[in-house]
Design a protein around this ligand. Structure first.
Ligand SMILES: [Zn+2]
Length: 300
């Protein structure tokens, strides 16, 4: 029981990765009356489907066929929290992790990367934590610089990442380093990457320190949470007909927008007395997912 409670606290505390895209417009024709709750089904499957690899649907409303599992330990990474079984992704995502971690290992004080949640074996909604991460194209990268890559399975459960924020995310704290910026910059400069989500204070810090080409800042988006890890979202690969990209970020470096987030953290606007009550979030059913996700769920 204690273990369960700890897991729940962890899930909400560490991995509150809510970054979301708008709902996909295309509805399934195949499972239109299937009212089963998708997270219960996808959360119960321990292995990937034996199908050609393919991301299906949108980041927050989809699934993945033919996922591969990130090796628990590689030359420049370790997958963390193995008990969560979320180190599954599309092959191109694993390529990206290998490449970014190799770059990270060139940074002073970093032996590579600690990789947090990617997706469930067949993607889909999760019982805890994320709204996105459903298609095998999202990766959480821990902010904790890896000084060892020989952590045991138990150590990977016990060790926590570290927060980079101060003043509720308006600023970075003294653990934030030029190496963090270099790694985020390398990720954002990669054409495979669609977006990176990080807390507002870090975005503004990079806006202030970036020199030379600033175009990479466009993909670095301020978001809630994301001070223990940053979240990398990859584009659908060309030819993935069933994969729905998110609209690209608006043009520009996004620095004024990020400063707006910071300003609202420091001086929260008064609550709007006329604001409608928040609508409770509805759980995704199988009918809300692309039709192919039923086949993914049922495949061997
Ligand atoms: Zn995430």
């Amino acid at each position: 029981m204690v273990r369960f409670i700890a897991a729940v606290i962890l899930a909400f505390g560490l991995a509150a990765c809510q970054a979301e895209d708008p709902p996909a417009v295309s509805l399934s024709t195949q499972n239109v009356n299937d009212t089963r709750i998708a997270k219960t089904l996808f959360g119960a499957v321990p292995v990937a489907s034996s199908q050609p690899s393919q991301p299906l649907g949108g980041y927050a409303r989809g699934c993945q066929a033919g996922a591969e599992q990130l090796a628990e330990t590689g030359p420049t990474w370790q997958a963390m929290r193995l008990s969560r079984n979320r180190n599954w992704a599309q092959p191109e995502t694993l390529d990206f992790v290998r490449d970014l971690s190799r770059f990270a290992a060139t940074q002073d004080g970093w032996n590579g990367l600690y990789i947090g949640d990617m997706s469930q074996p067949r993607g889909g909604p999760m019982l805890t934590g994320h709204r996105s991460h459903q298609t095998g194209l999202d990766i959480d990268v821990w902010m904790l610089p890896p000084d060892r890559l020989d952590l045991t399975t138990q150590e990977r459960e016990d060790i926590s990442s570290i927060s980079m924020r101060r003043s509720a995310g308006a600023f970075t704290n003294d653990r934030w380093s030029p190496q963090h910026e270099a790694i985020v910059r390398a990720a954002a400069s990669d054409p495979r990457v669609a977006r990176i989500f990080i807390f507002p204070g870090a975005k503004v810090a990079m806006c202030n320190s970036a020199t030379g080409d600033r175009s990479w800042l466009n993909k670095v988006r301020p978001w809630w949470g994301h001070h223990y890890h940053f979240h990398v979202r990859l584009n659908c690969t060309q030819g993935d007909a069933g994969c729905t990209n998110q609209a690209p970020p608006p043009p520009g470096d996004g620095c004024a927008d990020a400063q707006g987030w910071v300003d609202r953290i420091l001086n929260p606007p008064p609550p709007d007395p006329n604001a409608p009550p928040p609508t409770p979030r509805r759980e995704l059913t199988m009918a809300n997912l692309p039709g192919q996700c039923l086949a993914v769920l049922n495949a061997n």
